[in-house]
Write a protein that binds this ligand. Structure first.
Ligand SMILES: [Ca+2]
Ligand SMILES: [Ca+2]
Length: 317
């Protein structure tokens, strides 16, 4: 504001000084062009008017100068506005062009990517189809092979079943033939196979060992009893057949010390069949055996019924 006021004052001052200087110069020009003596008055008057016009023209010059000074400023402002508008328009155009270019690039990229994706999809589909086809072929081959193997196994199983049935039939036939042959062979004997005949009786000498009760049950199952040695001949016969201790059908289980054979007959304790100092019931001995001696006659002895020994069965012919 202060600057503007100063400027206005300077302009006013400048104009006043200009008018003063212009007045002085008019005066000097009038003096200079004062007509000397002897000069024509009409010519002088014309010259003077030209001079006046010249001075007036010069007086008008400051105004023209000011106009010339103001004109560049307005033109510059106009030029500045035009340049700004052009710059904005240029920026807009540049922005639009850039947007169009980006849109075009993105479109191209999208189209390219879509094409790539489509190509990949096609490749994957082709490869997947080929793999699936290969797997299906392989599975069909394997399935066919497995089916063939299963059929072969079923045939083998059927053949084995047939052979097993034939073998079973053959075994049954052989068992029947063996049984028939045994019967025929045994018909020529007086005692069953593996039994020995002596004095109207059949005797069986076991190969295995059992306790007294189980040995008795075995003989019962053979329609026989544990051997009862009541005569010297029977004792001598049995003594010649054994090489170890054997159970006999003898016990005092019903009454301690009352020794009886299985048919209920009492045993003569003074018969000489018993070993020396036997039966002694040492440790609760209730079952009788024929005790084996390597160098002495085998004799009767009482022992615990739970001990396992071989045994002798006896039955009538
Ligand atoms: Ca006893
Ligand atoms: Ca004893």
């Amino acid at each position: 504001m202060i600057g503007a006021v100063g400027s206005m004052a300077d302009n006013a001052y400048g104009n006043s000084d200009f008018h003063q200087q212009t007045g002085k110069r008019k005066h000097r020009d009038r003096e200079r062009y004062q007509a000397p003596a002897g000069v024509d008055d009409e010519d002088d008057e014309a010259d003077y008017e030209n001079i006046e016009d010249s001075i007036e023209m010069e007086e008008k010059k400051p105004n023209q100068t000011e106009a010339f000074k103001e004109e560049p400023k307005t033109q510059a402002a106009t030029n500045h506005n035009v340049c700004g508008t052009k710059s904005i328009v240029f920026l807009y155009v540049l922005l639009i062009a850039s947007s169009v270019m980006w849109a075009a690039l993105l479109s191209l990229l999208f189209v390219k990517c879509t094409a790539e994706i489509q190509t990949l999809k096609t490749l994957l589909t082709e490869k997947g189809s080929a793999e699936i086809q290969n797997l299906q072929t392989l599975l069909q081959e394997k399935d066919s092979q497995l089916s063939s193997n299963v059929r072969n196994l079923e045939k083998d199983i059927s053949s084995l079943k047939t052979k097993d049935s034939q073998l079973s039939t053959n075994v049954r036939n052989l068992e029947t033939e063996i049984s028939s042959l045994k019967t025929k062979v045994c018909d020529f004997r007086t005692c069953p196979c593996d039994w020995q005949e002596f004095s109207g009786k059949c005797y069986y000498f076991s190969k295995g060992e059992r306790d007294w009760q189980k040995a008795k049950e075995f003989c019962y199952n053979q329609d026989a009893v544990l051997a009862m040695v009541k005569t010297q001949q029977e004792l001598d016969y049995i003594r010649g057949k054994i090489t170890s201790n054997h159970w006999l059908g003898l016990s005092d289980l019903d009454t301690e010390g009352a020794w009886k054979w299985l048919d209920g007959d009492s045993v003569n304790l003074q018969s000489g069949f018993w070993d020396t100092n036997e039966p002694n019931n040492s440790g609760n001995e209730d079952c009788g055996q024929l005790k084996f001696f390597a160098s002495l006659p085998h004799k009767l002895n009482d022992v615990s019924c739970t001990i396992n020994y071989r045994w002798i069965c006896q039955k009538l012919l």
